[in-house]
Design a protein around this ligand. Structure first.
Ligand SMILES: Nc1nc2c(ncn2[C@@H]2O[C@H](COP(=O)(O)OP(=O)(O)OP(=O)(O)O)[C@@H](O)[C@H]2O)c(=O)[nH]1
Length: 350
């Protein structure tokens, strides 16, 4: 029992979801008879629910992928896993199946905000004993409770979006550090051709700052409760406008930040504009029409402070030139509307 307790102590010492995932898999892997452990990501793409391995054991070491789920060549439709599929549909706490002869697999879906986005998978060569199931269930409960606590501390109470503290931690860490070794699709055994066809190396990240136009007037005319409702509804539009792999933060007040994974500038521009239009077309109860202004920039150049500063400059340009528009920093610099900011490495905001 002592190693398990030690592992639980180690597990709950992490403040990062992926590190916690690696840690729980490491604990489960050390249980007698376990031959394989994986964490599967459960996600919806094109109306179909898929799973893909996010963390798994490779040559005795736990590795995680940082590739985008939707373009992961290892993704499979959830219905390829009938026992897991049924377990999620019936909201059962676990499912076991003999996948092949002498290969018994146990799935433990992680429920968060009324949906499953992660599932732990444990495989061994003989059926799971009642005792082992109890031990696994106990470890899993500690893991799930701790995940919820972690999630709660990362979110803004009003909108449920990630909060400013989380942005500072995640964006300044850029790229996300991890206990597990991150692997490329090639290292995970994907043939070269497949890697080329999914275009993995081209993934670029974009940062947009979103600010609600004339929000003070909403508060002044309708009161703070209606103001709060507008913020909640805008958060909902943000959630439905971007993919699960993108990250959305409430930065403070009526300002939001989106970190968008996109393959190119044209897509980023299109997606940000689609969100702006969705807000413009939404009828906010009592308040009517609300619009947003946005400034965005690629995150591939400069320090986090510079990137955020550039997106802010583009946002202010949008505000000063009519609002309800999306401005791209590089376009404004190229057209002479903005002077490129000189990097000041001595400024340390994060
Ligand atoms: N209801 C509500 N209001 C908030 C919250 N946080 C900040 N605000 C209000 O948001 C308003 C922001 O006003 P300004 O910064 O002047 O900006 P604006 O009126 O949106 O004008 P522009 O940005 O120039 O279009 C202030 O009145 C704040 O009190 C909140 O959580 N709830």
């Amino acid at each position: 029992m002592k190693p398990i307790l030690q592992n639980l102590v180690e597990m709950t010492g992490h403040r990062d979801h992926l590190r916690l995932e690696v840690s729980v898999l490491s604990t489960l892997q050390q249980l007698n008879s376990t031959t394989e452990v994986r964490a599967l990501e459960v996600f919806t793409d094109g109306g179909t629910t898929h799973v893909r391995p996010r963390t798994w054991l490779q040559n005795g070491e736990l590795v995680s992928t940082d590739s985008e789920a939707a373009s992961d060549p290892h993704r499979e439709p959830l219905h390829n896993y009938p026992a897991l599929c049924q377990c999620i549909e019936k909201r059962e706490i676990r499912a076991t199946a003999s996948v092949q002869k002498s290969r018994y697999t146990l799935w433990l879906p992680v429920w968060m905000h009324d949906k499953v986005s992660t599932c732990l998978e444990i495989t061994q060569s003989r059926p799971f004993s009642a005792h082992k199931l109890d031990v696994i269930q106990g470890i899993f409960h500690v893991y799930q409770n701790y995940q919820s606590l972690l999630d709660y501390s990362e979110r803004d109470a009003l909108t449920g979006l990630l909060n400013r503290k989380t942005f500072d931690e995640q964006f300044s860490r850029h790229p996300t550090a991890s206990l597990a070794r991150r692997v490329s699709p090639a290292a995970a055994g994907v043939p070269d051709g497949d890697e080329a066809s999914c275009g993995e190396p081209a993934v670029e990240q974009w940062l947009a700052v979103v600010d609600v136009d004339h929000f003070k007037q909403v508060n002044d005319r309708f009161g703070h409760l209606y103001g709060d409702e507008v913020l909640i509804l805008i958060a909902n539009i943000l959630r439905s406008s971007f993919r699960s792999h993108d990250r959305i933060f409430r930065f403070g007040g009526e300002e939001f930040v989106v970190l968008l994974r996109s393959t190119n500038l044209a897509t980023a521009h299109k997606v940000f504009n689609r969100f702006r239009l969705a807000v413009q077309e939404y009828h906010f109860p009592q308040v009517g029409q609300v619009t947003v202004s946005m400034g965005f920039v690629s995150t591939s150049r400069g320090s986090p402070v510079e990137i955020l500063g550039q997106a802010d400059q583009a946002l202010y340009h949008a505000k000063e030139n009519g609002r309800n528009q999306v401005c791209f920093y590089d376009d404004l610099v190229a057209s002479g509307h903005l002077a490129a900011k000189v990097a000041n490495d001595s400024v340390e905001l994060f």
